[in-house]
Design a protein around this ligand. Structure first.
Ligand SMILES: [Zn+2]
Length: 451
């Protein structure tokens, strides 16, 4: 226990230091605590309610919805809202929630959790609820195959047993098989008529129980939809929280006969709202309360961050390189978005610049084929991966005359069209917002003649 208190006090001191420097969004205090006391996550006191949110896509938005709702309803919470979703982030979150004498001082901790940390770190925290958004193809280098991700989360549920309730996506044939012997509740969604394109790389193709073919009544996106196995009784499970009606254009959804506003017009955020509603209803909150909270929430609209000049709208649009499902989704949006446009690809794995060689496989699982669209007039690729992107685009059937590949990103603006298009999208690595906005602004400046 001596080690634990040294760890707690040292990390509290460090946290105070970061607050004084106005940099509270760091996981350094948690890292220090776990270095001093390896059992820190196990020993630190937990509030009376702990909630973990994990899954490939959507966990940041969903955990923020859950946390902000609880706060708005009068609960005190601790939350790792600065993107630190591993051991050090969990520790920092929990340190915020206890006194110097390890007594809980918040009502609830909401933990956004990386999938691979579930059976090593989250299992020490023993959350009351684990919400899983989905399991999709992610970075091969970091996460391996979806089955590997599934195994880590499943292992966590097995270690936790009945202590934890699983809140699961009935439309995901991968994550709906989690925790089959445990306490679980499901959310599901009717056909939202999103008409998804076919992906070249499937997240799941055969039934996890018998190896039979999985067929769909409808899909919402990728492998998410109402499915069944052709050979056995594996099918979309019955859901306690079904969205019976979804209208993305008017941004509303009916769940068990109650109407909820959506936070954006995308199917992904409809699922994020749905999963948050399922969890909050499980916690006993009433529909009108949740519904009026959702009406106050809004995902930042990409149009708000666009710049217009001379009849062309310029966007900076986040994508995630290496995350096959997320990148493909953005490319699908580019294909379906009907205006004539240029696309600038800045997905050059800046963070991996020093060891980029082993990460190429994601390019070949991502649907570059979607970019072979008549609406896309030109694709400009920059950064140290530029030739890899060009090769992949050629293999996807994009005519060579539509591709401009430049190594120096500073050269990009001069190749962006100024006529014959109405939109320009700069697709950038999600962690590099400023860099992307600077690129968009230099493209606009070049168009204005200022260079
Ligand atoms: Zn089967």
């Amino acid at each position: 226990m001596f080690k634990f208190y040294v760890a707690l006090w040292a990390s509290k001191l460090m946290m105070g230091f970061y607050y004084l420097r106005k940099k509270p969004k760091t996981d350094m205090p948690g890292l220090l605590a776990c270095k001093i006391c390896p059992d820190f996550l196990k020993i630190i006191a937990k509030p009376k309610l702990t909630i973990a949110v994990t899954g490939t896509n959507g966990k940041t938005t969903t955990s923020a919805l859950v946390n902000d709702f609880l706060r708005s309803s009068g609960m005190t919470t601790s939350f790792n809202d600065w993107g630190a979703n591993l051991m050090a982030g969990f520790a920092t979150n929990l340190i915020r929630g206890v006194s110097l004498f390890n007594k809980p001082k918040v009502d609830c901790s909401v933990l956004e959790a990386d999938e691979l940390s579930m059976d090593t770190e989250m299992v020490k925290i023993k959350p009351d609820y684990i919400l899983v958004t989905n399991i999709c193809k992610d970075s091969l280098r970091r996460n391996g195959h979806p089955e590997n991700i599934f195994n880590h989360i499943e292992h966590c549920f097995r270690l936790l047993g009945d202590k934890t309730t699983a809140v699961l996506n009935a439309n995901d044939p991968i994550s709906c098989e989690l925790d089959r012997d445990g306490r679980r509740v499901f959310y599901s969604m009717t056909d939202a008529r999103t008409y998804p394109l076919e992906n070249i790389s499937k997240d799941i193709t055969v039934c996890p129980r018998c190896g039979g073919r999985i067929v769909y009544d409808y899909r919402q996106y990728r492998h998410i939809g109402r499915f069944k196995c052709e050979r056995c009784d594996f099918r979309t499970p019955h859901a306690e929280y079904p969205a019976e009606f979804v209208d993305l254009d008017s941004r509303t959804m009916m769940i068990n006969g109650h109407e909820y506003p959506l936070i954006s017009d995308t199917i992904f955020n409809a699922f994020n709202v749905l999963s948050a509603v399922a969890l909050l209803r499980e916690l006993g909150y009433r529909e009108p309360e949740i519904s009026s909270f959702m009406a106050t929430q809004k995902v930042t609209d990409i149009r708000e961050s666009s710049v217009e000049y001379n009849g062309i709208e310029y966007f900076a649009y986040a994508a995630k390189s290496q995350n096959v499902s997320a990148a493909s989704t953005v490319f699908e949006y580019m294909a379906k978005e009907p205006s004539d446009k240029d696309v600038v690809l800045l997905m050059d794995e800046v963070q991996d610049k020093n060891h980029p060689t082993e990460t190429l496989s994601w390019l070949y699982e991502t649907d570059y084929e979607f970019l072979n669209s008549p609406h896309i007039k030109k694709i400009i690729v920059g950064g140290h991966m530029y030739l890899n992107h060009k090769l992949r685009l050629l293999l996807a059937g994009v005519p060579e005359e539509k591709i401009v590949a430049v190594e120096e990103e500073a050269d990009i603006p001069q190749y962006v069209d100024q006529y014959g298009i109405t939109k320009v999208y700069v697709l950038y690595e999600i962690d590099y917002v400023t860099k992307a906005k600077n690129m968009r602004d230099s493209i606009v400046a070049y168009a204005k003649g200022g260079k």
